[in-house]
Design a protein around this ligand. Structure first.
Ligand code: GDP
Ligand code: MN
Length: 396
């Protein structure tokens, strides 16, 4: 789950990280009201995606009237497919320098990594691409957490990478940065987050460190450990998008293990390993898998139908590869399940079914008679489905 900026900042405040004062507004009127209280404000679109600044979703307002107008412009705006349902109105910061601070899951190192850069702000992606040395990194011991001396070294590395900084004396910076990094790291661990990010981490004109933005992503596989929080935040996001893939949300509702991958060859199999292998085979034969879908052990007709229906909710899917490794699962039963599902759902895209197991020959015969392409080996099936999908593409 991706938290909205104001939700992330509420989490930051709980661990003592400084954030600007502010409130969420759903109407231009409310935004003007907040500006009356806070004076100069920044009006920020609350959507679960970055790059709002460049998209025009962050605007400074020096008066009530300007706040109202900025909110009017931003509310309802489309930012990368998200319609803005609310804005955060915060006291505007006097920015002397924008830093980047992030704690993220580093899958290669199997631990969290702390990243700090003095070249923060809206160009951080470009910095990561073209000048990665400007982002200093630290992989703390996960049990001990980042130690003060490690954080000081991280800060000095980040500083020297940009040739120093005038916005704040080193000692003043370090004294604020050490507890800040420790808090953010602890928060990331406690929330089972894959990302806790502050960009920009602002050095203000008065030499304070304040979180100018906030991004938190909670690992979906750990959401059950944060049930209340996830529910509360989800309810609060309401009709707004949770940032999750719509198809994956629907799959979760149906109790299916599904990952949307974006290609056009739908994939269904029983067993995670088998499905991953199936994805590889589709790729090897020049196709692009649309999804991962594991229906688990066995292959009851009803489960197969549910899975086929799920895969077809993806409008990109131009063909489906069903790969069932049966032991005691009976091939004729699987075949009948697939046919029944196809007829009930009115499936028109090509279907290739590879299955092994008890009575597999009977199963293949049933499929063939019903106009579904059977296959004995998985590579053969992959080749067939990729061909069929390519051909359907040529036909338009
Ligand atoms: P993002 O583009 O979605 O990451 O949104 P941010 O919250 O990071 O805002 C983008 C940019 O707007 C920041 O990098 C700042 O340069 C600017 N900005 C955000 N808040 C303030 C503020 O309070 N005062 C000033 N002067 N600029 C701000
Ligand atoms: Mn940002």
């Amino acid at each position: 789950m991706k938290l909205l900026e104001h939700q992330a900042k509420a989490q930051f405040r709980q661990v003592g990280i400084d954030c600007p004062m502010g409130r969420v507004a759903h109407t231009p009127e409310q935004a003007a009201h907040v500006a009356r209280e806070l004076g100069r404000v920044v009006i920020k679109a609350q959507v679960p995606i970055g790059g709002r600044g460049k998209a025009g979703g962050v605007k400074l307002a020096g008066s009530e009237e300007e706040a109202r107008r900025a909110a009017e412009q931003i509310l309802g705006m489309d930012i990368k497919g998200y319609t803005v349902p609310a804005v955060l109105c915060e006291e505007a910061l006097e920015i002397a320098r924008e830093l980047y601070l992030g704690v993220a899951l580093d899958r290669d190192r199997r631990s969290l990594v702390v990243m700090l850069s003095f070249a923060g702000g809206m160009e951080i992606e470009e910095v990561a691409e073209t000048a990665p040395e400007k982002i200093a990194k630290l992989w703390p011991d996960p049990f001990a957490g980042p130690q003060p001396y490690e954080i000081r070294r991280l800060a000095l590395d980040a500083l020297s990478a940009v040739g120093g900084d005038e916005a704040m004396p080193k000692s003043r910076l370090l004294v604020q940065l050490v507890p800040l990094v420790q808090s953010l790291y602890a928060l990331c661990q406690r929330l089972d987050a894959t990302l806790c990010e502050i960009n920009p981490l602002v050095i203000t004109a008065t030499q304070r460190l304040i979180a100018g933005d906030g991004k938190i992503e909670i690992d979906q596989n750990a959401e059950f450990r944060h049930h209340d929080l996830v529910k509360e935040l989800g309810d609060d996001q309401g009709a707004a998008d949770s940032g999750e893939d719509r198809l994956e949300v629907e799959a979760k509702r149906r109790g299916l293990t599904y990952v949307h991958l974006g290609g056009d060859v739908g994939v269904i199999g029983n067993g995670a390993g088998l499905v991953m292998n199936t994805l590889d085979l589709v790729k090897q034969h020049g196709g692009e898998p649309a999804n991962f879908l594991d229906i688990g052990g066995g292959a009851k007709a009803e489960v197969v139908r549910n899975a086929l229906e799920m895969v077809l909710l993806d409008p990109q899917v131009k063909g489906i590869f069903v790969n069932i490794f049966g032991g005691i699962t009976r091939g004729d039963e699987v075949a009948n399940g697939v046919i029944e599902a196809r007829d009930q759902l009115g499936i028109r895209v090509p279907l290739v079914v590879r299955m092994t197991g008890t009575r597999e020959e009977e199963g293949r015969k049933i499929l063939e008679e019903a106009g579904i392409v059977p296959a004995i080996s998985a590579p053969e099936a992959a080749q067939k489905i990729v061909e069929l999908v390519a051909r359907s593409g040529e036909r338009g």
